[in-house]
Structure formats: C-alpha cells, structure tokens
Design a protein. Structure first.
Lengths: 163, 356
C-alpha cells in the first residue's frame, strides 16, 4: 500500500480534525509507509490503553514541539517517533533509560563499549574492548574488573532481570 | 453445546460414524452434501466458524508440536489433528491468522486412520513414552458433543501403556468423557485466564465456574488434570487475578490429580497482530508492552514477563505443591531466570511430563 492508502484505510473512523492533525505530521516529518504503519499502530495501542481516541494523542505537547522543531525531516521524524515510542512503551522505555544511565555511570572509558540487548530481549549484554596494545587491553580489563568489584555490573544485570 | 448453522458433508463421507453421530446429535441443523471443500474457500473467518464441514483428512494426522522452534525450549510434544478451527473466538488465537482462509470449522471423519498412525508409532517405540495432544488446531472437546470422538480416543489410549493423551479445552464438554475409564492414560487440560482478562480476550468460552465444575467431574471420573496458564495476560490487576485463579484451581481439584501446569507468554506473530487489529479494533491485547522476541513473535518485554512468570510460579507452587510446572515457547535464558536452571534436554522434559 502507498502512504496515502495506509492513511486512508487506517483513519477512516477518525474525526476531520484528527485526520488534519495527522496530515500535518505527515507533511512535516515525511514518514515512509513503513514508519507511518508503526505510528498508526502505536497511536491505536496507546489509545486502547488510555481509553482515548488515537488522534487525540497527536496533541501531546512534546510531539507537537518535536514536529515543529529544527533539523531535517528525517531527524525530526526520529525524535518524534522516539517520543511516541516512550508513550507506547512507558515501562520498557523507563527501564531502557535506567540501563543506559547505569552504563554511563560505569564510566568504562572509550576503550570499552557496553551494549544492552535491543528492547532488553534476551538478557545478553555485549561488552566490546578496543585496544591497540597489551597495555590498553590490560587497562580496559582492569576497569571492568573494578566495576564488577564495585557492584556496578551486578546492578546492570539486575536491571535486565525483572521489571 | 456448539450447534453449527449448517453441516456440510463432503461426498463419500455420508455413512461414516462421525457423520452419523453428528446428524443424530444435532438433528435440527441443515445438512448439505458437497463435492469439494475447496469450492468453499473465500468465506469470512467468523462465519466460517459457524459452519461445520465433515470431510476426511488427507494428510498426516500426527506432527511434532511447532513450539520447539527457533531458540525455544521444547517439551517433545506430539499433536494429533482431528479437527481444524474452533467455534470459540479468542482475541489472541493464532488460528485467526493461520486459518484465515479456511472455509469452515472442519471435523475429520476418518479418525480410524489417525489412530492407526498413532498405533504404528507407539508399537515401533515400545520403550518410549509419548505425550500426544489434540488441542493444537482445534479445541479438543468443543465438537465432542457432536462427534463423540472421545468415545474412540479414550479407549484407544487407555489400552496403550506408552502414551499419554492430552485433551485441551476451554469448554465444559465432558459428558462423554466421564462415562469412560481412562486408566490413567488421559489428561484433560483446561486453558485458564482470570475472569478480568477473559472479559476482553475470550469470546464464546465456558465460564470459569463451568470449567471448574467440568474439571471436578473429569477428576472424579479418573482423568488426570492439566492446567495451562497460557497465555499469561498482563492487564490491570493481573496479580490479584492470577492469585484468585490459582486458588480456585486448587479448590476445584486436588494437587495429586494435577499432571502438570504450564505457563506461556502472550505471543503474537506480526501477521496475527495485523489480523487482530482488523478483527478486534482497540483490543487491550495489543496495548501491552510487547516487542519482537527471538522467534519473531511479539511478547511482553522480557523483564516484565520474567516478573509475571516468577509471580505465578510462586502462586502455583504454594497452591499445588509438587506439580510439574513448565514454560511453553520460551527461551532457555528465561527458563533459567524463572526456575534457576536451564531446561532439561528436550527428551528429558518430555519424558518427565509423560510419566505423570
């Protein structure tokens, strides 16, 4: 389906004002049909949870500010979808933020990258060490060992365990 | 009892025992003999559920359960197909996608062929214990008041020492069952969810009191009882809902009669989500915080479902001590988080449950 066909099929039951609000978002952010499908799914899901009309969510102040903000259309779309995703997945997004904060607090330095699993699924943390010498490698390993001893790593895995 | 709008009998099946029983037990239902079931294709899914097709199954009846795929732990279960589709209409049911084009709810009229197939397997492996269920593509008992199929199945399995038959249902249709002695070879299982979730997730299923009453009758008649808390549905008040549900199960039947309890997350393929969105607009089932898991199906995000599994595990272990509890369609990682250990190898888990 084209983008216009997706919009027409999915918003047939919306108010005129709601369709106009969505048209404005589409005009500003230029999402592909795939992104638009995600957006409409998320609006429906949030509306089902909150007992509101999907189009009412488009009035969210942060969403409006992001759509009207600076940057290219793809950049604004990315930020706008991220905001909508936080509304769609409030507990997951909060947990992802807590995990990201914990990774930052570990301050492992530029040689060590700690990557949690996408959407926290699978529970596996990927730790990457980049080293140009034995000394750099030992430093990175020592940093990680210190974080383990300090309990930082245990706290990270605890965040991935149960919500 | 489910009464179809119409019975369609494929030409050549008119004199089979299944057809005769259906006509005797639902004499007021209009009957039409058709030449070819393929000509019925293209019917709307909900309407198809109201039309009963009686026809022979042409392919194999016995298959390995599809749950043990793509990184999921497996309990080595076999599924035996006697019917396809279901008169009930649960919002999360995979059949609404899997059988989207099915022209009718179909009961196969050649169960003797199926039992011959099972017999060959059991005879070929007398030292192995098999767990075989009929509730994959249809509810095991929803059509039993019409077909009387359990009168063929129970005596067959009662005489087989190396197989356990599981009849999985959301109905209270046990009238035929309780007239027979299963000789410890048949488990009647109920899929259960709290009433608060049933209200928005299940259409046409028997009420919880009716299911518990049927559970008591089946246990009193000598059947083992299985419980499937699957899917676990996260909704407002879910913890209290599952607590009350597990207590009600323990009140209905002694733990000694319970063969197993399973837990499984709500899991939805992308295609199923699309179907649900079209068939049940605004359903709360799609509003949970579900993300794609290892097999591509959407589940509640892992830390949330681990919390649910642990919570329900505690409830089950308190109320039904010593009853085997397992996860359906979950990763070894989640098993380890919930039970403290990775699952047994497939055949060991299957053998443990088959020995119940």
């Amino acid at each position: 389906m084209t983008r216009d066909e997706v919009v027409a099929a999915r918003t047939a039951g919306w108010t005129v004002e709601g369709r106009a609000a969505l048209a404005a978002v589409v005009e500003r952010l230029r999402p592909s049909a795939h992104h638009l499908g995600d957006i409409l799914d998320w609006l429906d899901d949030i509306a089902a949870r909150q007992g509101t009309a999907p189009e009412a969510l488009l009035g969210d102040a942060d969403l409006c500010a992001t759509a009207a903000g600076g940057g290219s259309a793809p950049e604004r779309l990315k930020r706008w979808k991220e905001r909508l995703r936080r509304l769609r997945y409030p507990r997951l997004a909060a947990r992802e933020s807590a995990v990201a904060a914990q990774v930052r607090a570990m301050e492992c330095g530029p040689a060590v990258t700690v990557a949690p699993p996408p959407a926290l699924e699978g529970g596996v943390v990927t730790v990457t060490i980049r080293a140009r010498s034995e000394t750099e490698l030992c430093d990175a390993v020592e940093t990680l060992r210190a974080r383990v001893a300090h309990g930082d790593v245990a706290r990270l895995f605890a965040l991935l365990d149960e919500a | 009892m489910f009464v179809p709008d119409e019975m369609l009998i494929e030409h050549g099946s008119e004199e089979t025992p299944i057809v005769r029983r259906c006509r005797e037990r639902a004499p007021g239902v209009p009957v039409r003999v058709i030449d070819d079931r393929e000509a019925l294709r293209g019917q709307e899914f909900s309407a198809a559920k109201r039309r009963l097709l009686l026809a022979p199954r042409r392919g194999a009846f016995l298959e390995h359960c599809p749950a043990g795929t793509r990184g999921m732990a497996c309990c080595n279960y076999l599924v035996l197909t006697f019917a396809s589709n279901c008169p009930m209409d649960c919002g999360y049911c995979f059949l609404q996608d899997y059988l989207a084009d099915a022209p009718a709810l179909t009961a196969y009229v050649n169960p003797d062929d199926a039992l011959a197939e099972v017999g060959r397997l059991l005879d070929a492996h007398p030292g192995r214990r098999f767990r075989i269920g009929t509730g994959e593509l249809a509810d095991s008992l929803a059509l039993d008041p019409l077909t009387g199929l359990s009168r063929d199945l129970v005596p067959f399995f009662a005489a087989r020492p190396n197989a356990l038959l599981e009849l999985k249902t959301k109905t209270d249709c046990v009238d035929d069952l309780v007239a027979m002695d299963p000789r410890e070879r048949v488990v009647v299982s109920w899929s259960l969810a709290p009433g608060s979730a049933m209200r928005f997730a299940e259409t046409g299923t028997a009420s919880l009191p009716a299911r518990f009453a049927a559970m008591r009758r089946a246990a009193d008649a000598g059947y083992k009882i299985g419980v499937h808390l699957d899917p676990l549905i996260e909704h407002e008040g879910w913890e209290e809902g599952y607590r009350d549900l597990v207590h009600a199960i323990a009140s209905a039947v002694s733990a000694a009669r319970v063969a197993w309890v399973s837990m499984g997350a709500l899991r939805l393929s992308p295609a199923l989500r699309t179907r649900m969105r079209a068939r049940f607009p605004g359903t709360p089932l799609l509003a949970g915080e579900q993300v794609p898991a290892a097999d591509g199906k959407w589940r509640d995000f892992q830390p949330l479902r681990v919390r649910m599994y642990r919570s329900v595990r505690r409830l089950v272990e308190d109320a039904l001590p010593h009853v085997p509890l397992y996860l359906c369609m979950e990763t070894p990682d989640v098993w380890e988080r919930v039970f403290g250990a990775a699952p047994l190898r497939d055949q060991e888990l299957g053998a443990l449950l088959a020995a119940r």
